[in-house]
Design a protein around this ligand. Structure first.
Ligand code: ADP
Length: 475
């Protein structure tokens, strides 16, 4: 165990520059938290064409290098920006990144470029990396490249690699002919296989593998949650650790959130939420009675997120209960259609906003009473932690990070910060919503659960300390 100073993070998504989900949130917050506890963490990511102008115009152009992707000799511009105390390095190649952050048919090539570029950028800026911290399948090949190629480069002689799995469901599995055409990996290792799984490369070749919650770290060793990689993970389990994500308390803060209609201090959450709820109900043309419970959902519309269960229970909920529901999300086209039809039918009780809209997300967090997250599996989940900051109670399925962050409210001991159910089925989900609504009608209990939620510490500082400890273990 020795001292760690220089950490280089590499990711396809980093908030506030590019985000489709929790990966972006995490890599947007963790470097700042690591620097605050004394490390020197820098970040490499693509210069996507749709990064907001307000960031682009403040970036400094450092110069360019070429990246050799076997026979390809590709231009790589390097731009930098210091944002909130962290140095970000953006690799520029318009062929790969101009059209913005979209996961598409060319992912293998464009993220192979990123995997190679991070090493070359480190050398260009003369950053002697102690820990290369990589995230999800897009950067899994970095671990293999360190093992096969860059370990022979003295510049990386002391470099160790940490790989974080944010979601095992997306693995990046490609025909080996393409992978070996883009990446100078040791082809002898792949003689007996037709395809290469980039997520598996990260797991096998990194010195430590982390997942974003302790429960998910255990779950992925089973065939139920292992996405066919449970065997690989089982072999590597002694280097597998779960560290719960934090959330950015500056971005998600009811006292200073610029996106919401009325900011409120936590101690005045009753009136603060009421004012926001009234404004949102009005904006969305929903039944404007603020006493009616408002149920919020903000999610990718994917089966992972339990959106099929939401679809199953919504009809009954809207037909028989006095509730308002607002759903923000996009994804699965069939689900979008179903939600759209329901919204037309129950237009004064249910609004389906089928797009990605950060401001609307904040408004919903601030206004809703109950927040639904019935995930089939959940590596960590951020939304349940975010909504607690606004005095909105999450109702979750007990799995992964949801299990590690939400404790079911017990009306006798007055403990717990939300509601939860175990079995993935619509009946248990519906019954738990009914129970939550019964607590909503007993305001003293409801407000007690909210106050319990306010007391939880989901700050990044706690997680950053655990990562630091982990880095030091492998040095
Ligand atoms: P995942 O990363 O699996 O999508 P998480 O709960 O970890 O789920 O993180 C989701 C993040 O994305 C949260 O910050 C949530 O508020 C945000 N989000 C999800 N869908 C939308 C949307 N349609 N509009 C705005 N923000 C969204």
């Amino acid at each position: 165990m020795s001292k760690v100073n220089n950490v280089l993070m590499v990711s396809a998504e980093v908030v506030p520059f590019a985000k489709t989900g929790g990966l972006g949130d995490v890599v947007g917050s963790l470097p700042k938290a690591l620097n605050e506890i004394g490390l020197n963490c820098k970040v490499v990511m693509p210069l996507y064409g749709n990064i907001a102008m307000k960031y682009k115009e403040n970036m400094k152009y450092l110069g360019y290098i070429y990246i050799d992707m076997n026979w390809r000799h590709q231009y790589c511009g390097i731009f930098t920006l210091n944002y909130q105390g962290v140095d970000y390095y953006f690799v520029d190649n318009e062929y790969y990144y101009k059209k913005g952050l979209v996961y598409d048919d060319n992912d293998l090539e464009k993220y192979s470029f990123l995997c190679l570029a991070c090493f070359e950028v480190a050398k260009y800026i003369n950053f002697k990396v102690d820990i290369l911290h990589i995230h999800d399948w897009h950067t899994g090949a970095v671990a293999a490249l360190l093992n096969d190629v860059y370990c022979h480069d003295l510049f990386f002689a002391n470099c160790k690699c940490v790989y974080t799995i944010h979601n095992l469901a997306y693995q990046g599995i490609y025909d080996k002919r393409f992978v070996l055409d883009y990446l100078p990996l040791d082809s002898r290792k792949y003689e007996n296989t037709n395809s290469i799984n980039l997520m598996a490369l990260g797991i096998i070749y990194a010195h430590k593998v982390t997942t974003v919650s302790p429960t998910y770290a255990k779950e992925i060793l089973t065939s139920e949650y292992g996405e066919n990689l449970n065997g690989v993970l089982y072999n590597e389990q002694n280097k597998l650790v779960g560290i719960l994500n934090g959330i950015d308390y500056d971005s998600y803060n009811c006292e200073k959130d610029e996106y919401i209609d009325f900011k409120y201090p936590k101690r005045r959450f009753v009136s603060g939420k009421r004012a926001n709820k009234k404004a949102l109900l009005h904006e969305l043309s929903l039944n404007e009675d603020v006493n009616v419970p408002l149920i919020g959902i903000i999610s990718r519309l994917a089966s992972q997120k339990g959106m099929n269960l939401v679809n199953d229970v919504l009809q009954g909920l809207l037909a028989y209960q006095n509730v308002n529901v607002v759903l923000l999300g996009s994804g699965d086209k069939k689900l979008e259609y179903e939600f759209d039809m329901l919204a037309k039918r129950y237009h004064n009780k249910f609004k389906a906003i089928l797009r990605f809209d950060n401001q609307m997300a904040h408004k919903i967090y601030a206004s809703a009473d109950l927040f639904l997250m019935p995930s089939a599996f959940e590596p960590c989940g951020l939304a349940q932690m975010i909504c607690l900051q606004y005095g909105t109670l999450p109702l979750v399925r007990c799995c992964g990070g949801l299990k590690d962050s939400i404790e079911a409210f017990n009306e006798y001991t007055l403990t717990g910060n939300g509601f939860s159910f175990n079995n993935y089925n619509a009946t248990d989900f519906y019954n738990t919503i009914m129970y939550a609504l019964s607590v909503y009608n007993r305001k003293k209990l409801w407000n007690k659960a909210i106050r319990n939620g306010f007391k939880c510490d989901f700050s990044w500082k706690k997680s950053a300390m655990e990562y630091k400890k982990l880095y030091e273990e492998i040095k």
